[in-house]
Design a protein around this ligand. Sequence first.
Ligand code: AVJ
Ligand code: FE
Length: 438
Amino acid sequence: ATGSDAETLRGRIAAELARTRARTTALTEAVDDADLLRQHSPLMSPLVWDLAHVGNQEELWLVRDVGGREPVRQDIDHLYDAFQQPRRDRPALPLLPPAEARVYLATVRDKVHDLLDRVRFTDRPLVADGFAFGMIVQHEQQHDETMLATHQLRSGPPALGAPPPPEPAVRVADEVLVPAGPFTMGTSTDPWALDNERPAHRVDLPGYAIDAAPVTNGRYREFIADGGYDDPRWWTGEGWAHRQAEGLTAPLHWRRDGDGWAYRRFGRWSPVRDDEPVVHVCFHEAQAYATWAGRRLPTEAEWEKAARWDPVTGRSRRYPWGDDDPTAEHANLGQRHLWPAPVGAYPAGASPLGVHQLIGDVWEWTSTTFRGYPGFTAFPYREYSEVFFGDGHRVLRGGSFGTDRAACRGTFRNWDYPIRRQIFSGFRCARDLRPDER
Ligand code: AVJ
Ligand code: FE
C-alpha cells in the first residue's frame, strides 16, 4: 500500500473506533451503577461485564498482540474470558466497578491510538488491511447489540429512547422466485470479513421462492389465533418438547391486550403493530410457523443468494443494493431506531429480484446448522467461530435494528441455539418451486 492509503486506513479505523465507543458509552451511561452491576436475565451478563470485556479483548488483540506492548491489567484476563466464565456466573465475579471499568477502557484506548499512529499495515495477516482493528471494532459492536438485548430484558423505567423507523414507502410482493443456478457464497476479498465468512465458493441451487419480506406480526398472529402453539403437527419433536417445557404461547415480550396483543419494547408497552417483522422468536417457533404456512425456512445459501446474487452480471455483491456501505436509506441498522421497520420502509435496500429488508430490522433464522465453509481456516483464534461448529447452533443472517453496519454485510454469519429468542430474531419463509414454475 502507498503511504496515503495507509493514512486513509488509519483515519477510517480511528473513526470506526470512536463511533463504536460512543455507542458503548451511551448504552452503559443510560442506567446507574447499581443497574450496570445487576443481572437482568441468567442469559445475559451484567452490562459492566460486557463493558470491561470489550476493553480486555482490545487489550489482548491490539495492545499485546499487534502492538507487542506490556499488559495493562493481566490480573483481570480470567474474569473477562467468556469461555472460563459462563454468563450465569458473571454477576458473582469480582468485576471491575463501573468507574474502574471506564478508566480501564480509556487506558487501553489511549494505547491503541498510539499504536495506530505507528503501525505498519504489512502483509502479516493480523494487520493487513487493518484486520485486527476491524475485528475489534466488530467485536465491540457485537457486544453493543448484546447490551441492547440486555436493555430489552431490563425491568423498571425506560432508559433508552429513539425515533420510530420510517413508514412504508412501497407495497411489497408476497414472494420472489429465484432461478436455479450457481452463485458465489462467502468472500475471500472483503478485508474485514471474519473467518467463518471465508473462503468464497460456488454453490449451485435449484430454483426456489423466498418471501419478499420478513414474516410480520400480523401473519404471526394468524398462526397464534389458529392454535399454532397447541398443534404438535407444525413443530419438530425437539421444538414441541421445548414449547411444552417452556410453555411458549407467543413471542418473547408479548402479552394479551384485550382481544389483541401488546409488546414491551425497552420498558414501554404498546399494541402490536401488524405490518412490522415479528421479532423475539426462537428457531423452533419460526420453523413451526413455516410448516403451518405450508412453507419452510430458507437455507443459509438460499438467503445469501437472494441477498447477493445479481441476475444481470451473475456476480455476488456485498449487499442486496450493491457494493456500497449501508446508509440510513438502505436499512434499519445501527440502533438508530429501537424496533423493526414496517414492511416496505426501505425500497432503496431491496435486491435486484425485489427481496426487501434482508439487511437490518431482524436477524433471520435459517434452517442451516453452523459449520465452516469448504476450505475454512480458523483465524485468528478458534474460539471466534470454529468451536461452535456443529454444536446445534443455527445460522441467522442479515443483522437487526441493533446491529452496526460494521458488523453486518451480505456474507456475515451469526449463530445461536435454536431455543434462543432474547436476541432480535425473526425470519422469512421459502419454498421449493412447483414443476410448472421451474
Ligand atoms: C457472533 C454474536 C454469536 O456474541 O456470542 C462476541 C459474537 N464473540 N464475543 C456472541 C462474539 C465473542 C458472538 N456472536
Ligand atoms: Fe466477546
